[in-house]
Design a protein around this ligand. Structure first.
Ligand SMILES: [Zn+2]
Length: 350
């Protein structure tokens, strides 16, 4: 009973703080409307602020969950009111045309609804709330950019992660979407922008030591997609891929495997392989063995080789595992996004 009572008191305090935050947001939004005359004036800061934090009580009551981050959320509300924005309104992004790659159907979805489906598919809900919120902004921004730079003929995004972003269907009875829904609502309408347009919000599962620049991986330069230090330790992002002697023989053209020499630096990380006259860099080795990272150690075992890989994915932009670690150490979602995407600002879909 005492716990319940405390929860009620906490919810009341949350509601009060929400009202204060709503007022701050209103003042902030009013300033934006004054300074930027081309901003769409139909935006209602009141309703936006209400929809952002109204859900706190609702979800706690509905699921009886303990949101370990609620206190952190409340402490950070003032920070959100100082969000670094240009005040540009991206009202073209309110709805997104989604191509379901399984059925071939194209449907129009509210951007927030789409963001929820993408977030559920792209990040585990067990991650810290601020990391989920950063990911929600990244998913929303990705879709909004596609509206300006379409990838598909009749759609803005598809549901295939290899092309656009993954998409999770919601089964009302079975899926608890409360944390993801909270993250989407708490960041409602917010996108990351650079030079007046939505950024290419690239992200990946994890990185080791450093993330990669856009130029390094895809060739084109983007000022905000540069390499940054990765907060992950080896154990945060390691996994082992075993390659049999047979497979090694196939890849290296059925010759004596002992002729393949893997070279390592002082930290044990492989720097490439020599095979006959040829040199294979780590990226090539990654592709030959379908590894998910070009940072790995190689160890000879009985019957094959063990590749201990560090990091997962293309390595450009936000590392999801890194975002979670930053959130644990107290970063809010804006700080997380600004860490991975340099010199960005935040704007609104209104
Ligand atoms: Zn696509």
């Amino acid at each position: 009973m005492q716990i319940k009572f405390r929860k009620i008191i906490f919810n009341r305090i949350s509601a009060l703080l929400s009202s204060v935050f709503a007022l701050i947001l209103m003042i902030n939004a009013a300033n934006l409307l004054t300074v930027h005359k081309d901003t769409e004036t139909s935006y209602s800061p009141d309703s936006a602020a209400n929809s952002i934090y109204l859900s706190l009580d609702g979800y706690a009551a509905q699921k009886n969950n303990n949101y370990e981050n609620d206190v952190k959320m409340n402490n950070q509300k003032e920070k959100y009111s100082n969000i670094d924005t240009t005040g540009t309104s991206f009202h073209n992004c309110k709805t997104v045309r989604v191509l379901d790659t399984q059925s071939g159907e194209v449907r129009s979805e509210d951007i927030e609804e789409y963001t929820l489906h993408a977030l559920l598919a792209e990040m585990p809900q067990s991650y810290e709330m601020q990391a989920l919120m950063a990911q929600a902004v990244a998913c929303r921004t990705y879709a909004c950019r596609n509206i300006f730079y379409p990838k598909h003929e009749n759609a803005d995004v598809c549901t295939d992660y290899r092309c656009c972003q993954s998409y999770s269907q919601i089964d009302d009875d079975k899926t608890d979407v409360s944390r993801a829904l909270f993250a989407v609502e708490a960041t409602k309408g917010i996108i990351a922008s650079y030079d007046g347009e939505p950024i290419l919000a690239a992200y990946h599962a994890s990185s080791y030591k450093k993330t990669k620049s856009c130029e390094e991986v895809w060739g084109g330069k983007k000022e905000y997609l540069v390499s940054v230090y990765a907060p992950e330790s080896k154990s945060d992002c390691s996994y082992t891929v075993n390659v049999s002697d047979e497979k090694m023989g196939e890849v290296f053209e059925k010759i004596n495997k002992s002729d393949v020499i893997f070279m390592s630096g002082s930290d044990g990380i492989c720097e490439g392989a020599v095979y006959g006259d040829a040199f294979y860099d780590c990226r090539k080795i990654k592709n030959l063995f379908s590894l998910r990272s070009d940072t790995f150690e190689v160890e000879k075992k009985d019957g094959g080789y063990a590749f201990t890989c560090y990091g997962y994915g293309h390595g450009v932009g936000m590392s999801q595992k890194g975002a979670n670690l930053l959130a644990i150490s107290g970063y809010d979602f804006c700080e997380i996004l600004k860490y991975y995407y340099k010199n960005i600002k935040f704007d609104f879909i209104m």
